[in-house]
Design a protein around this ligand. Sequence first.
Ligand SMILES: [Zn+2]
Ligand SMILES: [Zn+2]
Ligand SMILES: [Zn+2]
Length: 262
Amino acid sequence: MRFRYLKYVFLSVAIISGLLFTACSNKTETVDEVADIPEEIVEEHEHIYTEEVTMEAACENDGEKTFTCECGDTYTEVITATGHSYEEVADSAVAATCDTDGKDADTKCSVCENVVEGAVITATGHQFGEYVYNNNASTAADGTETATCSVCGGTDTRTKAGTKIEVVYDGYDEFGNGYVMGDDGYKHFDAKCPYATYQANWTNNSEVYFYGIKGSPSISQSLKQEMAVKNGIPYDDRIKTDYNYLGYYNGQLVFSCRIYIG
Ligand SMILES: [Zn+2]
Ligand SMILES: [Zn+2]
Ligand SMILES: [Zn+2]
């Protein structure tokens, strides 16, 4: 029984094979090509890579690692830049003062020595107190007032508007000094030195005029020297004086005195 079945199986296989051969005979070329696949691709293997740093990473620049297999296959991986390692530079910080900027400490990378300047600290500005009038107005200009900084002791002097002394003169002396006639019969001079004791007016190469406070009727040599200095002229032993006028200024009795060399 069994062998009888086999007979039919062989027969069937022969018939089917014959049919298949006829149907596939046009495709034999294709089958041959598949058989020609190069050996190295067919013989695939598990790559074993050796790792090598081919470019070191720096503070700011990425590096690179290269992986190589014996078969020649390679690939690379990025090594991320390390970033700087900043440290403060000793004694590089500068404190701000009232009128000068300071700065934070500089920092320096311990690896690449790159330096970053410390940020600027803006000057704090003065802490000025009240402005105090300097009592120095004249008929020519406003006076000034000065404030002092409570932090550094620095001062700021500015014009005090409206302090200029307005005078309507009744006349002028031979030297151009204006005066107002007082009820006392004296010429009240717009003294050039209402606050200072001596203030001279250099008029030419040989004569100096000044106003002084009554009470220094005689002019000492030291005073002459002082006056010469104040007037920017060399002291000369031959300096002489004479008194021209009496007058008042701001309630103060003054006299006009001429100094001359001769
Ligand atoms: Zn390989
Ligand atoms: Zn660095
Ligand atoms: Zn200050």
